[in-house]
Ligand binder design. Structure first.
Ligand SMILES: Cc1ncc(COP(=O)(O)O)c(C=O)c1O
Length: 481
């Protein structure tokens, strides 16, 4: 939540108390250099013992509530018919308004099942923007992903409050071009991850849904960050100021025929699910659930996580929970902008993002500026970002790099984990890096998996820029930082 201080300054205030803590360690710069070299300049390959602030992702890294932890203690570990599932089902019915629920071990497992059931070779899947695993699953089944985002969605400095909107003219043109039968479904992602966690407006969702349904095309919402998208609708869209987060989520879901989520985000657990009111969809997905995930009543999740998800689903409807990371991200982004850093604006739902092409304008996309920035940020701060640019795109059929629309280094802000002091520390180190950015050069792949290469790929610096940057840092801050 935000509060205004007597001097007029607005700050994010924690609406929770911290009861359990995990010790953090800031490895000195020399150790960080060894660690990033050992990780092939890929922040995914760092060990957490070398990471001070883990800002790689908000996925599965959020602090759970006392009620979620308590619920885990009463989990029913039955293979079939476990009571924990029925608690989750009650929450899904109450919060999302869907009758049927299929748990999965995480979000991409839900995507896998949806791809298996809905996507045939030659199918087209329009969406506001792709997510890495979403695209991989749909393409592996022979589908083509179309990103039909609104004008200005890719402008990293913007005042557009809803860069996650779909362009209705593009949707209409796609339906006319391919015909409704070739379109598996229209996918709307809550706070489009890869373009800076940007939300869509309820008005846009309503119109997208009306057009799709008129043509007999199902609407699928990726609700991984539904709580945050609902919060932005409440804060930014006229007519929703006085609606509760729960009411907004319910209305969003009324425009969908099916939803799936990574429960690792808004519900703060390690799991996922698919939910729908359509019995045929439910039955078609259920056929495959035991093959890939597990029996219906746990779907690959531990029953402890199923219990915690039932609680997290209700808690994400609380204003204090929905706003918890969004308001800290807003503060973080405001601080970055004030410091003259090229942060993505408006602030989004899962992270503070830096535009790497503006931060490192001397590094061409062929040398992976977002990867360079992510590695450099780790080196100078111990905070671990994630590359969200060309490294996160796989090569085309001819082996050429596919340049990403935008090159971002993402500093995720997991819910209820970090504080204002952490944000200020990171901004300070980013300012230092900006002043020394000429020391940073490009990267090249030395080991490269063919699919989702960003997870395990290893890169090497062009020139020994890691050591030079570390030496400059040491000269200013000494060995200990
Ligand atoms: C929007 C979105 N959809 C799907 C996924 C995949 O979920 P998971 O990581 O639980 O497999 C993610 C993960 O970050 C995501 O952000």
């Amino acid at each position: 939540m935000q509060v205004k201080l007597s001097n007029g300054k607005i700050i994010p205030i924690e609406m929770h108390k911290i009861k359990i803590v995990q010790k953090a360690r800031l490895a000195p710069i020399g150790e960080r250099l060894t660690a990033i070299e050992g990780a092939g300049y890929n922040t995914f390959l760092l060990r957490t013992r070398d990471v001070f602030l883990d800002m790689l992702t908000d996925s599965g890294t959020n602090a759970m509530s006392d009620n979620q932890l308590a619920a885990m203690m009463v989990a029913d570990d039955a293979y079939a018919g476990g009571e924990s599932y029925y608690k989750l089902l009650d929450s899904v019915r109450e919060v999302l308004g869907f009758e049927f629920c299929l748990p999965t071990h995480q979000g991409r497992a839900a995507e896998h099942l949806l791809a298996k059931v809905f996507v045939k070779p030659g199918d087209q899947i329009p969406m506001n923007y792709h997510f890495t695993t979403t695209k991989a699953h749909f393409e592996l089944c022979g589908g083509t992903v179309h990103e039909i985002f609104c004008d200005g969605a890719l402008e990293t400095t913007s005042t557009n409050q809803f860069k996650g909107n779909i362009d209705l003219n593009k949707l209409k043109a796609l339906i006319e071009k391919y015909g409704p039968k070739k379109i598996s479904f229209v996918r709307m992602e809550c706070t489009t991850n890869l373009i800076g966690g940007q939300p869509f407006a309820m008005g846009n969702l309503r119109e997208v849904s009306a057009m799709a349904r008129k043509n007999g095309i199902p609407v699928v919402i990726d609700t991984s960050l539904v709580s945050e998208n609902a919060y932005f609708i409440k804060r930014r869209e006229k007519g929703y100021e006085n609606k509760s987060i729960g009411e907004i989520i319910k209305e969003m879901m009324s425009y969908a025929d099916l939803t799936y989520m990574s429960g690792r985000k808004s519900t703060c657990v390690r799991g996922g699910l698919i939910a729908t009111n359509d019995k045929t969809f439910f039955n078609r997905v259920r056929e495959w659930l035991p093959v890939y995930e597990g029996f219906l009543t746990y779907g690959g999740m531990s029953s402890k996580e199923v219990e915690a998800m039932a609680v997290g689903m209700r808690e994400m409807c609380e204003y204090e929970v929905a706003s918890s990371s969004a308001d800290l991200i807003q503060y973080f982004v405001d601080q970055m902008v004030e410091a003259g850093l090229p942060a993505v604006t408006p602030a989004g739902g899962l992270a503070g993002h830096l535009d790497a092409m503006k931060f490192l304008p001397h590094i061409p996309q062929s040398q992976y500026p977002a990867g360079c920035l992510a590695a450099a940020v780790y080196l100078v701060s111990g905070a671990r970002p994630m590359e969200r640019g060309t490294v996160s795109m796989d090569r085309d059929k001819n082996g050429n790099d596919v340049f990403s629309d935008i090159e971002l280094a993402r500093l995720a802000v997991p819910r209820r984990v970090y504080t204002m002091a952490h944000m200020e520390y990171v901004v300070d180190r980013l300012k230092w890096l900006m002043a020394h950015r000429d020391l940073v050069a490009g990267l090249k792949f030395v080991e490269e998996p063919p699919v989702l290469r960003f997870f395990f790929g290893r890169l090497a610096p062009l020139g020994d820029w890691g050591s030079k940057l570390a030496a400059a840092f040491k000269a200013d801050f000494g060995d200990a930082c």
